[in-house]
Design a protein around this ligand. Structure first.
Ligand code: GLU
Length: 313
């Protein structure tokens, strides 16, 4: 093993995983644009957690919404990951190639009478209360055109222990309501595709941003209905700008400057509570990642929803 602060890169970090390890993690970006710092920290956290657990780390491109995906964004994301030294295992999985699998899962849920058609408009739903009130659940005949497919939820608590945030629970029936798994525009909803693919790829650990914590009970619920296994989840704080808004395309977050990968990775390690030594800032990304893997303590990640991005010195 290299000295933790040594600037030299020894073996490629991708060789750290043991082929027989049961841990399989993943990074699943939506290619709506290049990575910004908020997505870089999610990639770094899931990568380091996987490698620290001698696991595999997969990349899945969640390209399910073509109108929101500028041409070339997926390729640019993969290039950025490579420049950051985040080497994935196996082939990248593209959700756009998996539509038949989502259709099958949808069919399975429909066959079990767990879904219904709904043509309620956004404004109607908004007017009827904070969550969808189930209007179309018992409508006969169900709408035949211009409908979304919703899954019936139940009035029970879904609870799990998040690796970072601790116990988290939600009653889908009262807090979320029957949710969409096939959109009106006939695109599969994220909640359905993500569980189908986490199962397909054998994902055992999902490390991602806090903004998805409240989606997790929906995913756990769908996993139960489809007889899938449920991964362990860990939700790291989302990075916010000086106005307190999540870094995103909508908040005009700048593209992560992967020419300065060392600064980015150092900053990720610091924000993830890993207390990297100052001299690690001047080392190459591979050595920084190696240090991060050797010293990784997921318990040290701040149990917060949001963290401001500190500017690199
Ligand atoms: N594609 C989602 C996003 O970029 C992340 C999905 C996930 O990690 O479950 O926000």
């Amino acid at each position: 093993m290299s000295n933790s602060t040594s600037p030299v890169s020894v073996n490629p970090v991708s060789q750290i995983g043991k082929p027989d390890s049961p841990y399989v993690g993943r990074f699943a970006p939506s290619p709506t644009g290049p990575l910004h710092f908020g997505s870089v920290i999610a990639a770094v956290a899931s990568y380091i957690d996987a490698r620290a657990n001698h696991g595999r780390w997969l990349v899945r491109m969640e390209d399910l919404d073509p109108p929101r995906e500028p041409p070339g964004a997926a390729a640019q994301i993969l290039k950025q990951l490579t420049q950051l030294g985040l080497v994935w295992d196996g082939e990248v999985l593209y959700q756009s190639q998996r539509l038949e699998n989502y259709a099958q899962a949808l069919q399975e849920l429909q066959n079990s009478d767990l879904c219904f058609h709904c043509d309620c408009t956004r404004s109607k739903i908004k007017a009827s209360g904070p969550i969808y009130d189930g209007t179309c659940r018992h409508r006969a005949p169900p709408p035949a055109h211009g409908y979304a497919v919703r899954i019936k939820t139940r009035n029970t608590l879904i609870e799990f222990e998040d690796l970072v945030q601790g116990v988290y629970g939600q009653n889908l029936g009262t807090e979320i309501g029957d949710f969409v798994i096939l959109r009106k525009d006939k695109l599969f909803a994220y909640q359905l595709a993500v569980v189908v693919d986490d199962e397909y790829q054998g994902i055992t650990h999902v490390v991602r941003g806090f903004d998805l914590l409240d989606s997790t009970p929906r995913q756990v619920y769908l996993q139960g209905l489809l007889n899938y296994s449920t991964p362990r989840y860990g939700h790291i704080p989302v990075i916010v700008n000086e106005k307190g808004d999540k870094l995103s395309k909508q908040s005009f977050a700048p593209t992560a400057d992967v020419q300065n990968s060392s600064v980015l990775i150092y900053q990720c390690l610091a924000l993830l509570g890993q207390a990297p030594p100052a001299n690690l800032l001047n080392t190459v990304p591979d050595a920084q990642l190696r240090w991060g893997i050797e010293h990784w303590d997921i318990q040290a990640v701040p149990k917060l929803a949001k963290l401001p991005q500190e500017l690199p010195k």
